[in-house]
Ligand binder design. Sequence first.
Ligand code: PLP
Length: 409
Amino acid sequence: MKIKMALNVTQIREDFPILKRQVNGKPLVYLDNAATSQKPKQVIDCIVDYYSRYNANIHRGVHTLSQEATDAYESARKKIQKHFNIEKSHEIIFTSGATQSINLVANGFSSFLNGSDEVMVSAMEHHSNIVPWQMLCERTGAILKVIPMKEDGTLDMKAFDEKLSEKTKLVFVNHISNALGTINPIEEIIDKAHNSGAAVLVDGAQACSHLKPDLQALDVDFYVTSAHKLCGPTGVGMLYGKEEWLEKLPPYQGGGEMIAEVTFEKTTYADLPHKFEAGTPNIVGGIAFGAAIDYLDNIGLDNIAEYEAELLEYATTELLKIDGLKIYGTGSDKTSVISFNLEGIHPYDVGTILDKLGIAVRTGHHCAQPIMDFYKIPGTVRASFAFYNTMEEIDLLVEGIKKAQVMLS
Ligand SMILES: *Cc1c(COP(=O)(O)O)cnc(C)c1O
């Protein structure tokens, strides 16, 4: 197979100190990017720089350090605004990650729903995008409907059409499945939901390292993501919400920073985005989130997507040459995630042997147990590739799997 490289991967790898590590005496082959990405030195340096030079609390102090920290934090919000083509910067709420973003919205919707309403989820969600909505339904009596999936790991859109009705108030679906790599037709889902009067929340935690969503063009009501999956630090993420929704939603947590005025009779809330940002936030996390966005934009998500498509094609071809290997998630629209099993062998055992060879993959249900139940399997081995992975690493993975197969059969 002839490979045209969209990226200078050798140079890119120099940015990631961890990729020089050895694991069990072998060079690290990191293929667990869907769980969390590695961090380039540009992001690591940004964190060190903050604590070394201008650590201070934000939005309060008149002193220089506080102003520098506030400027850096707010400039990260602006970077995120530009990257996702968001109309207003106060439509971006910094959270601790996708999970908290979803909980914030699910919590707020308690005041909008009752027992005659329905909400809809897809069958291929991360537990983060299932459980908060189940809790919402318990609180309000609303009914949870499920968009089923098909054997190839894509959504059954005919069933979606049938289940969508004027009772549906909210649809929540992931942009890309972390367990299968399927890219969901969110444009179609958003259009149809809006035509029927439902709002849409898209869980973009898995998508934003592979593509660059244009949130105004999508016209989505809520979009959430986590920085740590896109080369940023853990513990910080984003909730995008249309201004009119964020105005309507009640605050999620009370505390400092989110108030306009406090008396014991009545407290009034601060304007957006501060209404949802109670307490001292993850300041350095927000700033480093901005640095990660800069880093990705510098390489270009289009280049990343093109290169990852090459990795996916090569890996799929080579893996399918292995006897008894089955891939789950075979839709035509997918990103560089491959979930698979070897016939008669438990995924955990494969993962353990690969680790001995320095190869990091994920095994288990990938926080998406309903998908595993659908396929009637305990879990899968998941290899997920990032733009800093190489064709040689895929060869090592294939060799490793063959070794595991011989040892475990
Ligand atoms: C990782 C992930 C989440 C959860 O993100 P956290 O960073 O753990 O909050 C939710 N949904 C999808 C699709 C994910 O991949």
